[in-house]
Design a protein around this ligand. Structure first.
Ligand code: HEM
Length: 256
C-alpha cells in the first residue's frame, strides 16, 4: 500500500488495478438476451395458440411468416432465418448463464442448505430458475433443432402430426412447464433488479410483482396445455393422412 503511494507520487499515476467492467457487461447481456427470449415466448404462445381459433387462422399466421404477401406461395427461408436468430440468442443466453451455475455438488448442497436455513423466497426462486434453465438446455435445443431442420413443416396438419403421431407432446409438456416457470421468474428478477414498476414501497412492489409472476405462469401454462390438446386432437383425427398438408377452407370451396 505504502509502496504504491510512493510509486504513485513519483509516476503521478495510480498503480491500483482498475476493476474490470467485463462481469457487469456480461450480466447486462444475459439480462438483455433473457428479456428478448421472454418477450419472444409470449408472442410465440399467441402465434402457436391461434390453432384454438381455427385451422385457417393458424395457417394464415404460418403463411405470413413465410412472407406469402411478398413472395408468391411463401418461402421457408425467412422462417429458417427467424429460427436461426432465436437459436443464436438462446445459445448466447445459455452460455452466459453457465457462469451462475453451482460448479460442484458440494456448492449446490451448500446453496440448498442456505436457502432452507434462511427460508428466503427469492433464493428458492433462483434455485427453480437454475433447475428449469438446466432442463431448457436440452428441451429447448431439441425443439429448435426440429424447427430449424423442418422450417417448411409448420402448419395446422404438419404441427398436429408432429405433436401427436411423432409423439412430440411428451417433449412439449416438459418444455412448456420449464419455459413458463423459467421465463416468469426471469421477468420477476429483472423487474426487481432494474426497478421496473417501483412505487417507493419496495416490500409492496415485491409482493405485487410476485403475484404478477404467478398470474403470467398460470395464464401461459393454461393456454399452452389447451393449445397442446388442440394439436393432439387434430393430430389424432389426421393420423390416417399423416404427412398430408392443410388446404384452407376457401381453396377447398374453389376446387369444388
Ligand atoms: C423461432 C423459433 C421457434 C419457432 C418457429 C417455434 C415454433 C413452434 C411451433 C410451430 C409449435 C407448435 C408445435 C409444432 O409445430 O411442433 C411450437 C410449440 C412449442 N414451442 Fe416453439 N418455436 C420456436 C422457439 C421456441 C423456443 C425458444 C421455445 C422455448 C425454449 C419454444 C417452446 C415451445 C413450446 C413449449 C411449445 C408447445 C406449445 C404448447 O404447449 O402450446 N419454442 N413451437
Amino acid at each position: 500500500m505504502f509502496r504504491d503511494k510512493i510509486v504513485e507520487s513519483i509516476l503521478g499515476k495510480t498503480t491500483q488495478k482498475k476493476k474490470s467492467r467485463v462481469p457487469a457487461r456480461l450480466d447486462f447481456l444475459q439480462s438483455a438476451t433473457g428479456l428478448f427470449l421472454a418477450i419472444f415466448m409470449i408472442f410465440h404462445m399467441f402465434f402457436v395458440s391461434t390453432i384454438l381459433i381455427s385451422k385457417d387462422f393458424m395457417y394464415a399466421v404460418t403463411k405470413a411468416f413465410e412472407l406469402d404477401f411478398f413472395i408468391d406461395g411463401g418461402s421457408s427461408v425467412p422462417v429458417f432465418i427467424a429460427i436461426s436468430i432465436v437459436a443464436i440468442i438462446f445459445i448466447l443466453h445459455a452460455f452466459l448463464a453457465l457462469r451462475k451455475f453451482p460448479i460442484s455438488y458440494r456448492q449446490a448442497l451448500r446453496l440448498k442448505t442456505f436457502s432452507n436455513l434462511m427460508n428466503h423466497g427469492d433464493t428458492k426462486l433462483w434455485i427453480v430458475q437454475v433447475v428449469t434453465g438446466f432442463a431448457l438446455f436440452f428441451l429447448g435445443s431439441a425443439h429448435l433443432y426440429t424447427m430449424m431442420t423442418n422450417p417448411s413443416n409448420i402448419g395446422p396438419f404438419a404441427s398436429a402430426d408432429r405433436v401427436y403421431s411423432d409423439m412430440m407432446w411428451t417433449l412439449y409438456i416438459l418444455l412448456l412447464i420449464a419455459v413458463e416457470f423459467h421465463g416468469a421468474i426471469g421477468l420477476y428478477r429483472l423487474s426487481m433488479k432494474w426497478g421496473w414498476f417501483e412505487n417507493g414501497n419496495p416490500r409492496e412492489s415485491r409482493e405485487k410483482l410476485k403475484k404478477a409472476k404467478w398470474i403470467l405462469s398460470g395464464v401461459m401454462l393454461t393456454l399452452g396445455v389447451a393449445t397442446l390438446i388442440a394439436y393432439a386432437k387434430i393430430g389424432a383425427e389426421h393420423q390416417a393422412h399423416y404427412g398430408e398438408r392443410y388446404t384452407p377452407q376457401a381453396e377447398v370451396k374453389n376446387e369444388n
